[in-house]
Design a protein around this ligand. Sequence first.
Ligand code: FPP
Length: 271
Amino acid sequence: MTSLSSRMRQLVRDLDLRRLPRHVAIIMDGNGRWATGRGLERLYGHRRGKASVKAIVELSRKIGIEYLSLYAFSSENWQRPEAEVKGLMNLLKRYATTELDRMMKNGVRLQVIGNMRKLPTDVRQALKHTVEQTKRNRDLTVILALSYSAREEIANAVKGIARKVKRGDLQPEDITEDTIASSLGTAGIPDPDLLIRTSGEVRLSNFLLWQVAYTEIYITETLWPDFREKQFIEALRQFQKRERRFGRVSGDDEPPEAVEPPDRAPLRVAR
Ligand code: FPP
């Protein structure tokens, strides 16, 4: 853990920093309601939401979370009004460009999952550049889900596996859960330990459907633009109260073989 301000130290004092989730995934919801509730355009909500992203990335890095997945734009979001989509794309491009220096300084690696081909060329290029520049950073990996649909991700994985079978490189009986996990956009990334959804909606909205099989889910009424360090720490505190059983009986706290992705270092946290 890097140096924390005294306010942050105060906030994290109830957390057990040795038992943090290794991977936190977030469905950042409620930007529109935050703005319209104040008589503002929805885009103001997204702008404030970007400030929440920065705060949560920064704190995650400081306390030692290794992976943070953020659902920033779903495949369905293309159906929003053109001005909102354009505004969001602009925010994403600016995030990728203006945060690059900070990411390099702080050891943050950016990765992107989803259908990148659908993004405007300038946005795709800005993201590609930051992904490339930060690829050796190791402190925190931020995974942005953009133009993302979990079902589409799974369908693409199945296509890739089917091609291998067709070429004779893989036998159908040799297909395992690992074959599928390593064919997804999140290949090489451990499954989320904690999924947070803001704004009180209780659904997964086509986010990381395969990966969240054993993930603890935390829903908060707080709208994403109001979700800052204090609210994140509360989610982590609630996570630490949970007993993760992976479908088994109490007292057996090692995750089962099948849940642990292949070729990965042993988990740092007791689950
Ligand atoms: C959902 O709120 C949020 C989104 C569709 C976009 C998320 C984008 C950001 C947080 C800003 C930029 C992100 C980065 C990574 C820089 P909603 O608009 O569906 O809210 P509503 O349900 O209240 O309408």
